[in-house]
Write a protein that binds this ligand. Structure first.
Ligand code: HEM
Length: 243
């Protein structure tokens, strides 16, 4: 479906809310735990009180755990899509991941194959975030409820596991935010109202656009017109100026 002449519907709003609840709860979990790792963040304990932050950590943990479970109902299309994309990781995704890094140093790599709904890098991010989510939840649950239930040795091992997963999650989130905001700012529109520019979709997710055309959700003509609607209009006053 074309929206406002140049946008294509990409994400349902249920998925957009799911994404932001996940993002905010993840960062609040980090923030409320930071004083445990670095003295430079002790001021958070001094400002809000250690007990309040530890309590807040558990509240955000519950939100972080429940969000994808509730999302199975409220964002089922988007979550089904995440799973489908990860299990369809193939040759084009490998080639994308080999060639894409050159873009990060300002080059225009040749021969990047058209990408599906998510590109090869996004597919790896989805898998990593899903694995980290599961490990954070399991290790966190053992630390919270495991006293007297699991052996003290296992419980002790959950502390570094929980911290390592949080560290990897933070690094992946920073990389993900840089790629979204810094490298592909047009993608962020999709996480605001669920639509992206047709020109962005054709350039970065060509196979997905072909899929929409093949299932008659869009016609090739609509895509062409929506891409053209985004092209800069030449300044008539410059053309009219006498030489
Ligand atoms: C300011 C923070 C963030 C911004 C601007 C942002 C932006 C985005 C955008 C634009 C997309 C859609 C990409 C597309 O349609 O192709 C997306 C997807 C996604 N986001 Fe975020 N995000 C943020 C934080 C996070 C955090 C903290 C996490 C995880 C803890 C996360 C996990 C994901 C995942 C798994 C996806 C789907 C796959 C992907 O695009 O990599 N995001 N995000």
């Amino acid at each position: 479906m074309i929206v406002n002449k140049k946008y294509i519907k990409r994400h349902k709003m249920g998925f957009v809310y799911f994404h932001w609840i996940n993002a905010v709860s993840f960062f609040m979990l980090l923030l409320t735990a930071l004083p445990l790792y670095a003295d430079s963040f002790r001021f958070l304990y001094d400002t809000f009180g250690a007990a309040t932050l530890q309590y807040a950590h558990r509240v955000f943990a519950v939100i972080f755990i429940l969000n994808p479970i509730i999302g199975l109902v409220t964002a089922h299309d988007g979550i089904r899509r995440l799973v489908k994309e990860v299990v369809s990781f193939g040759r084009d995704d490998i080639v994308f991941n080999q060639k894409f890094p050159a873009e990060l140093i300002g080059k225009e790599p040749e021969g990047i194959p058209p990408q599906s709904f998510y590109n090869g890098g996004e597919k790896m991010n989805i898998l990593l975030q899903a694995v980290l989510w599961a490990l954070l939840v399991i290790s966190g649950a053992v630390l919270w409820f495991g006293d007297g239930v699991v052996s003290p040795v296992i419980r002790t091992w959950m502390i570094p596991l929980h911290s390592i997963c949080a560290g990897f999650g933070f690094a992946a989130a920073i990389g993900h935010i840089y790629l979204a905001v810094g490298v592909n700012p047009d993608s962020c529109h999709g996480m605001l109202d669920g639509t992206v520019k047709a020109s962005y979709a054709v350039k970065h997710h060509g196979k997905w656009v072909d899929e929409l055309v093949a299932q008659s959700s869009l016609t090739e003509d609509e895509v062409k017109k929506a891409v053209e609607a985004d092209e800069p209009v030449e300044d008539a006053s410059i053309q009219a100026r006498p030489v």
